[in-house]
Design a protein around this ligand. Structure first.
Ligand code: NDP
Ligand code: 2IT
Length: 448
């Protein structure tokens, strides 16, 4: 927690007002916990009510999405877009379709996005949107009709210089195609107001790989700076076999690691020979869940139907890439007991604050999501740059830029942790302070 009376009071007030938004309170607590020293040394933060302002979204758009399913029945979903902070650029952040979507989860994701986007050094503000629509089990036509009706409301609130959405959990290139297609029809212009589009629709080469590859580039920097080591022969586990997890596993293998376990909502597969990532990517083309099918191709692998069992697999490096709050204290204890010494977050807030504290106390190197998974939004920023200038960069050019951005993010976090935490490996403090300062300075420059 934090010691400054100012932070204590602001947080107490927030907790009272949003007592029913646990994920949002969790992410604010995580950020404020790093700001004690900054607040103490800089009275302007309190004088200008920076914290009170930064924790309230500039705008939340809430709307109903009605659509007709394949049997002709009318369905209703609830949707929202949280436009949290535009101090350093147009609102930018993904779109999530999942039954769990609510205001607390959208606010936590949009808040995290503010500081993540700041860390990339690209001019992007923070936002997130989504709906409690479950794409699983829906036909392509149903998904298309839902996306079109979602845009029928959202189109008036987004634009290339206003708010640029992208994909996230449950939203990939297919959904983005339907969303952008409808938006383009209404606006009658090809503005590129969506990133993670299909390549032929103006998407960037390397965007699909960016979050997972970027995560591995960040881990490489951690390994090199703190252990003078690299990925070679490290035992790696990855939760989530989706867009982020599958690409993280692919890159870790390419860099010489042995990925021995991976999960999705159907369970965990543990394959001591090394996970067959090509098989997983192939199965994903035609199946929504894949891990429960792996064993029929590799009978020696061990399957467990409980996704949480992944944290019991002995490993050197754990990459949580599925969803928020996957690693509670008991899983953190199991990881440490089984020899894990590095955790880096591909997902947003997969580790609870209690579990993160346990890692810190047990000298586990910890790469927080807002830094470690920033590669996705960074390449979204590069997609915006290509769209705005009518250019198409090669995969190699994008990947090279991604690599440089991830190195720069690591360096900035490392520098800030050395200055403010007195512990160079405290990348949580480093990422929070470094991400916060740019947004704070912009807010100060722009007045109240
Ligand atoms: P996807 O929908 O592509 O994949 C999510 C994967 O996680 C699926 O394999 C899903 O399984 C699995 N999963 C979901 N819940 C659980 C659970 N409780 N236990 C185990 N597995 C689970 O989403 P993304 O890969 O895009 O996103 C994953 C995470 O990364 C999210 O936190 C997202 O916010 C974050 N992120 C995404 C970025 C991006 O560019 N896409 C950028 C930065 C962060 P199943 O398919 O069986 O449901
Ligand atoms: O959480 C994230 O950073 C994303 N889902 C990607 C956001 C984006 O705008 O590319």
């Amino acid at each position: 927690m934090f010691k400054s009376t100012y932070l204590v009071n602001v947080y107490a007030d927030l907790s009272k007002r949003y007592h029913d938004q646990p994920e949002y309170l969790q992410v604010v607590e995580e950020l404020l916990s790093s700001l004690d020293l900054l607040v103490e040394n800089d009275p302007k933060i309190q004088e200008n009510a920076i914290i009170e302002r930064i924790i309230e979204p500039e705008r939340i758009i809430k709307f109903r999405v009605s659509w007709v399913d394949d049997s002709g029945r009318v369905q209703v979903n609830r949707a929202l877009r949280v436009q949290f902070n535009s101090a350093i650029g147009p609102y930018k952040g993904g779109t999530r379709f999942h039954p769990s979507v609510n205001e607390s989860i959208m606010k936590f994701l949009a808040f995290e996005q503010i500081f993540k986007n700041s860390l990339t050094c690209l001019p992007m503000g923070g936002a997130k949107g989504g709906a409690d629509f479950d794409p699983y089990g829906k036909s392509d036509n149903e998904i298309m009709r839902f996306c079109q009706n979602y845009i029928l409301e959202l189109y008036r609130h987004i634009g290339p210089r206003m708010d640029v959405p992208a994909g996230d959990l449950g939203v990939g290139a297919k959904e983005v195609g339907y969303l952008y297609g409808m938006y383009k029809r209404i606006e009658n212009e090809f503005s590129g107001t969506f990133t993670s589009k299909g390549i032929e629709s103006g998407g960037s080469l390397g965007r699909a790989e960016a979050t997972g590859y970027g995560l591995c580039y960040f881990v490489e920097e951690m390994l090199s700076a703190f252990k003078k080591d690299d990925f070679k022969n490290k035992r790696v586990i990855v939760s989530g076999a989706g867009k982020v997890g599958s690409m993280a596993a692919e890159k870790a293998i390419e860099l010489g690691a042995k990925v021995i376990a991976i999960s999705d909502i159907s369970g965990v597969i543990h394959d001591e020979k090394g996970i067959d990532i090509k098989l997983i990517k192939n199965l994903s083309k035609t199946n929504t869940v894949v891990i429960d099918k792996y064993q029929s191709y590799h009978p020696d692998a061990v399957f467990s139907p409980d996704p949480v069992d992944i944290w019991k697999v002995p490993c050197d490096i754990a990459l949580p890439c599925a969803t928020q709050n996957e690693i509670y204290l008991d899983s953190a204890k199991a990881l440490v007991a089984n020899g894990c010494w590095l955790v880096a977050e591909g997902a947003n807030m997969p580790t609870t604050n209690e579990a993160a504290k346990y890692f810190r106390e047990h000298d586990v190197l910890f790469g927080p999501g807002k830094a470690a998974n920033a590669g996705g939004v960074a390449v979204s920023g590069l997609e915006m740059a290509q769209n705005a200038t009518f250019q198409c960069w090669s995969f190699e050019e994008v990947d090279q830029k991604l690599h440089a951005i991830m190195k720069q993010i690591f360096d900035r976090c490392h520098e800030a942790s050395s200055t403010y935490a007195g512990r160079p490996d405290d990348l949580v403090t480093g990422a929070n302070i470094s991400g916060f300062i740019k947004v704070y300075q912009a807010m100060l420059q722009q007045g109240v």
